[in-house]
Write a protein that binds this ligand. Structure first.
Ligand SMILES: O=C(O)C(=O)[C@H](O)CO
Ligand SMILES: [Mg+2]
Length: 255
């Protein structure tokens, strides 16, 4: 059975962010992930994590101005400086919080624009090298077009090929089963094919992004396959609870 990390951007949101750590631990989780820690000093987040006895699985690099619609900076040629600053901030937080993995979001840009493609590639190489120096892994995640229209990285094969092509040991794929199913289907074949370069996995039911076992996929079968491909990292529970978070946790005992 995979080991699960609670996603504190979607789960336990009945409480303020810093109180979600203790709630996740009380519910039996041993690790957490979330989108961004940057609204709080890194030390404050690290203290909340450690006093709850949790491990950090992953968080994202600063995405630009999320409220204004930014969804990452990596493919935006006119925001290279901001990207570099975001990378420095992410590394500093990553060291204090002790995350083994950072997710680099791509941004909203046409996926066939040569300038965006070149910029993304250049920034990805830079981020992979800088994170490697810090002893941190870097992941990139294809995101479906319904949840995030216009997102640059919207194809699993393209992301996988890029990871292979850049050939950095610390650069891998974030395989979100929910996005995979909406974008392409064929989840199990893709898990098998991409297994050597999967750095992180996330799950949710499809199409409502609720608890596992409530959607169109056979999640038990998918969890078996995640074990079978030899994945030993955390599986992030990146779902929106259908009701209160704790009320929906029964799926864990049922798988
Ligand atoms: O949306 C997702 O699936 C993610 O994992 C990103 O980190 C943020 O949008
Ligand atoms: Mg995800």
């Amino acid at each position: 059975m995979p080991k699960f990390a609670a996603n504190l951007s979607m789960m336990f949101t009945e409480r303020p962010f810093l109180e979600r750590f203790a709630a996740a631990a009380a519910a039996g989780f041993t690790a957490v992930e979330y989108l961004f820690p940057y609204d709080h000093p890194a030390k404050t987040v690290a203290d909340a994590l450690r006093s709850a006895g949790l491990k950090q699985a992953l968080f994202n690099m600063p995405p630009g101005d999320w409220a204004a619609g930014d969804r990452g900076l990596a493919s935006l040629p006119d925001r290279r400086e901001e990207f570099e600053t975001a990378l420095v901030t992410a590394i500093s937080y990553a060291k204090t919080i002790e995350t083994p993995l950072l997710h680099m979001m791509a941004g909203i840009a046409p996926c066939d624009d040569p300038a965006a493609i070149a910029c993304y590639r250049e920034n990805l190489k830079k981020a992979a090298d800088v994170t490697a120096e810090a002893g941190i892994g870097l992941v990139i995640e294809p995101i479906n077009k319904r949840d995030m229209p216009g997102y640059f990285l919207n194809d699993f094969d393209r992301a996988f090929d890029l990871v292979l092509d850049l050939d950095r040991p610390n650069l891998n794929l974030q395989f979100d089963v929910y996005h995979r199913q909406i974008l392409h289907g064929d989840v199990i074949t893709a898990l098998r094919k991409m297994a050597p370069r999967i750095g992180h996995i996330q799950i949710a039911s499809v199409p409502n992004r609720h608890e596992p076992l409530t959607g169109e996929l056979d999640d038990r079968r998918i969890f078996q396959e995640i074990d079978a491909i030899g994945y030993r990292g955390y599986v992030g529970c990146e779902y929106r609870p259908a009701a209160k978070t704790e009320e929906g946790l029964g799926w864990m005992a049922a798988i």
